[in-house]
Design a binder for this molecule. Structure first.
Ligand code: SF4
Length: 419
């Protein structure tokens, strides 16, 4: 095995991400100082509606990744396990339980006690159970949004019903927030926030469009870190400026034929959540001149991927379009739709192979992965590799073993290129 030659070039703009996230955490502190309403929210919930209602969001999943990056997550997870939570449960959840138990500071992944909690099962049931546990422990109200999943034989009529069902819950959510905070829904503010959220998602998608170029101008160093504003700040202006800077720099690279890697031989897609405690792991790909050019997880959170959801729709009907968005999320797609979408992606981004993270924490993410892998190979001749690990629990990562698997996989890709 050859040695790592160099580091994939990060965009200068991505360095500004720290300031952006710093702004987010300052806003949380300020809200607490001023006694303004705050809410914990799970990924996939309409955070935009919180901003519209004057509520400062906090995302414990985001905080859990901070703990992992600072090598603190294992300690928090073990604390939660001492409380009786199983080794097999989601490590984001357990990181949060441990962080709360230890009164951890926000700088190491702690999360302040909120005014209320907002969850949804759009991505997983864990989100709902997690907030159920924590809202009882912290004694705060909890609102959850139920999102039906679209399966292969879901009819158009059923989909319309699903939309209506979600829409009603969103209006109920607004009533719930009004009751707790005294703040009323303001349509004009709703429109402004919705427009900002739309723009944020679209600039992010534009960055991904640039990654179709060979060589690819943007590596995972930029995207795995750069995605956090999509979770925490959709609806604000400042992250749009940051993404525009990232786009501009990436475009200059494309115009000058510069890639994030000096030599790009293999283009890969990554499915699933990365290993937050070991993001440096991905630099290992560089020794084989391989680069990840598309991450399904990172792209999914740009939200506005359904072409039926137009800018006009979003601005004119902010609440209704949120309902539509929640039904267009990668996570609720059935196997057939995931396969078709991945197949299209592989073609459009010129991908040689797919790395799939069989995440021991996240069954909804990993469920059907082996079926998807088989379908990709048998029906579309797309090679893929399943890697078993965990996004926040370093005890479940065997780096040497995973690297050996990837090396063998690259060997397969090399042979295929010779054909
Ligand atoms: S990692 Fe998976 S199980 Fe855990 S909260 Fe996220 S989606 Fe849910």
């Amino acid at each position: 095995m050859s040695q790592v030659k160099k580091s994939g070039k990060m965009l200068n703009a991505t360095n500004k991400l720290k300031n952006e996230m710093g702004r987010h955490f300052l806003a949380i502190e300020q809200a607490h100082r001023d006694d303004k309403p705050t809410a914990w929210a799970t990924a996939g919930t309409p955070v935009e509606l919180l901003y519209t209602m004057g509520v400062q969001p906090m995302l414990p999943e985001n905080s859990a990744t901070i703990s992992a990056a600072l090598k603190k997550s294992q300690n928090f997870i073990e604390l939660a396990e001492e409380e009786g939570f199983s080794y097999d449960l989601c490590s984001y959840f357990k990181t949060n339980v441990g962080a709360v138990l230890s009164n951890a500071d926000m700088s190491v992944g702690g999360t302040e006690k909120p005014t209320f909690m907002l969850s949804s099962d759009v991505i997983c049931d864990t989100h709902v159970n997690w907030f159920q546990v924590q809202s009882e422990r912290l004694n705060v109200p909890h609102f959850t949004i139920d999102v039906p999943h679209v399966v292969s034989n879901t009819t158009k009529r059923q989909q319309e019903y699903f939309k209506k069902y979600i829409r009603e819950q969103l209006w109920e959510l607004l009533d719930f927030i009004s009751e707790i905070t005294g703040n009323e829904y303001n349509l004009e503010k709703g429109k402004e926030i919705a427009l900002n959220s739309y723009e944020l998602g679209k600039v992010w998608q534009d960055i991904f469009e640039l990654r179709k170029n060979i060589p690819c101008p943007v590596s995972t160093r930029d995207t795995f870190g750069g995605l956090f504003p999509l979770f925490t700040m959709p609806g604000l202006k400042s992250p749009i400026r940051l993404y525009k800077k990232m786009y501009k720099e990436a475009k200059e690279r494309v115009d000058n034929g510069i890639g994030a890697l000096e030599q790009e031989d293999y283009r890969l897609a990554f499915m699933g959540i990365p290993y937050w405690y070991n993001l440096r792991f991905f630099s290992n790909l560089e020794k084989w001149n391989a680069i990840i050019v598309y991450e399904t997880y990172v792209y999914a959170f740009s939200k506005y991927t359904n072409p039926n959801i137009t800018k006009e729709m979003v601005i004119n009907n902010p609440v209704e379009s949120m309902a539509e968005l929640m039904l267009s999320f990668w996570y609720i797609y059935d196997l057939k739709t995931r396969f078709e979408k991945l197949k299209e992606t592989v073609k459009a981004w010129n991908i040689d192979g797919v790395l799939m993270h069989d995440n021991l924490s996240c069954r909804p993410n990993a469920c059907g992965m082996y079926d998807l892998k088989r379908k990709l190979m048998e029906e579309a001749d797309i090679p893929s590799l399943v890697i078993t690990s965990d996004m926040n629990d370093p005890r479940k990562m065997n780096e040497a073993q995973v690297l050996n698997q990837i090396e063998s996989f690259i060997e397969i890709l090399r042979e295929r290129k010779k054909r």
